[in-house]
Design a binder for this molecule. Structure first.
Ligand SMILES: C[S@@+](CC[C@H](N)C(=O)[O-])C[C@H]1O[C@@H](n2cnc3c(N)ncnc32)[C@H](O)[C@@H]1O
Length: 464
């Protein structure tokens, strides 16, 4: 019989019980967490009412994802934990007008086994709430909460679609690797938008379409073969991967994936029962359908041609001439290798002056750049004497001329772009100066080699 989740204890909209309440005193997870059978669906009539045998619930109850460890300082998860440093690392991108407090209210939506604990550990002054539809995942988060004494973390057994029943609003919502598993992702994202404060930010990761082409071929193959989410099924997946042709389109994906050593990672990637992927245009449509505003990509380098096509200026120019959204679409197609898209969105009623860079305007001159790259001498591919370039680990260097290098050398997180230009001996003023700064800073920003703080007067005071 199919039961709504509320009846098996997952979510009671008006009176959510915390996971601590649910599991306190009972560490026998096998007894606590029955594994439903596969094959059912979320109830299409009632968004957020997952049936007990919903395939996504069933999968994450049984195949704990990510494969959990009992201590977040374990070197085997160092890279994973570091990935959750985004709140600190990207806060100047989320809130470029400043005003980011350290004691934010954070929601980790679809937290899995470790995500909410990572945010709570890395941001001790934030109050973190983790929600998930998998009790098994939450039980592991609870273990980490106790192990690391994370008093700033609370956990709720609740679908994202019912986030409003938390009765709280948040400054920051993290939703990584979840929306693409929901029956109606725009409804899920809309539910998150409804608990976001006016100046808040939602950080999202969804599967990318083109870099996962080979993954979907193998998913189709395993469906054809009738491979199930069982230990035997996982063994068939492993044997298939080990014997694939070296030209199979999945090979580049396999080289970059970090979660395929665990059974749960293999099930998640190749045997998932509900998994959608997104082109750039799909990401923008998702945000629009959720009634939110697209704020930006986390890593500009991959969405603009200036870095990737610097050795093909005719290609870079053609792409750069397109409208902004078409530039992103073109780069998605040109790269063709991205397995995921990371981006951030906000409410439509957030003041755009608090997060949009005032390109092509005198206001740009008052903005304050922070360097994320270094100046160095590099050898050009074409030979000849070494050139000055901006360099960042794991990125192609960007060759700059002497005037540009001089301007960049004054980026220090305190001086405005106009002050950097003056210090570099640039004599132009007015519109000519705006043109010089706009052209150079756009190059630097599109390559992810500097951030920009907006001058306080260009923005409304942050409400968070
Ligand atoms: C691939 S895991 C990602 C976990 C975590 N965000 C991470 O990046 O490590 C997806 C998680 O989302 C949860 N999930 C899926 N649909 C959900 C929904 N509608 N509401 C809440 N959680 C959901 C699953 O139970 C699972 O724990």
């Amino acid at each position: 019989m199919l039961l709504p989740i509320a009846r098996v204890g997952i979510s009671v909209a008006n009176h959510p019980s915390t996971v601590s309440d649910q599991i306190r005193g009972n560490h026998n997870l096998a007894a606590l967490l029955p594994v439903p059978t596969l094959g059912g669906m979320a109830d299409p009539e009632q968004p957020g009412m997952y049936l007990a045998d919903d395939p996504v619930v069933a999968q994450y109850e049984r195949w704990l994802y990510p494969a959990p460890v009992n201590d977040l300082r374990d070197p085997s998860v160092a890279q994973y934990v570091q990935g959750y440093g985004t709140l600190k690392g990207l806060s100047s991108i989320y809130w470029p007008a400043g005003g980011m407090r350290e004691d934010l209210d954070v929601l980790v939506a679809g937290c899995g086994t470790m995500g909410a604990a990572c945010y709570a550990l890395l941001n001790p002054r934030c109050k973190v709430v983790g929600i998930d539809i998998s009790r098994a995942a939450l039980a592991h988060e609870q273990k980490l909460k106790e192990h690391h004494r994370l008093d700033n973390l609370s956990l709720m057994h609740m679908p994202i679609e019912q986030a409003a029943s938390l009765g709280k609003t948040f400054d920051f919502v993290a939703c990584q690797g979840v929306l693409h598993h929901m029956p109606a992702p725009p409804a899920g994202l809309r539910a998150l938008g409804n608990v976001l404060r006016t100046d808040g930010v939602i950080a999202i990761m969804v599967y990318a379409r083109y870099g996962r082409t080979g993954v979907y071929m193998l998913q189709d193959l395993f469906r054809l073969m009738g491979v199930e989410q069982t230990p035997e099924g996982v063994s068939i997946v492993r044997q298939t991967l080990a014997n694939l042709h070296s030209d199979h389109p999945v090979q580049p994906y396999l080289r970059h994936a970090t979660d395929l050593s665990s059974d749960a990672g293999l099930v998640d990637t190749f045997l998932h029962r509900r998994d959608k992927c997104y082109s750039v245009a799909d990401c923008l449509r998702l945000v629009d359908e959720a009634g939110l505003a697209f704020q930006g990509w986390d890593q500009n380098f991959f969405y603009y041609p200036e870095g990737v096509f610097q050795n093909a200026p005719a290609v870079a120019q053609r792409i750069a001439q397109l409208p902004e959204q078409k530039i992103w679409e073109a780069m998605d197609l040109a790269l063709g290798a991205k397995g995921v898209h990371y981006f951030h969105v906000c409410r439509r009623d957030r003041d755009p002056a608090s997060y949009r860079i005032p390109w092509n305007s005198a206001l740009l001159l008052d903005c304050i750049p922070t360097p994320l790259a270094k100046l160095a001498q590099v050898q050009k591919q074409s030979g000849g004497p070494p050139s000055l370039a901006l360099v960042q680990p794991n990125r192609m260097p960007i060759v700059v001329n002497e005037a540009q290098a001089a301007i960049f050398s004054h980026f220090d997180g305190r001086r405005s772009l106009a002050q950097c230009a003056t210090a570099a001996g640039i004599r132009e003023t007015g519109d000519p100066l705006v043109r010089i700064i706009d052209g150079f800073f756009k190059l630097v920003w599109r390559c992810g080699f500097a951030n920009l703080r907006l001058p306080p007067k260009a923005s409304t005071p942050a409400a968070i």
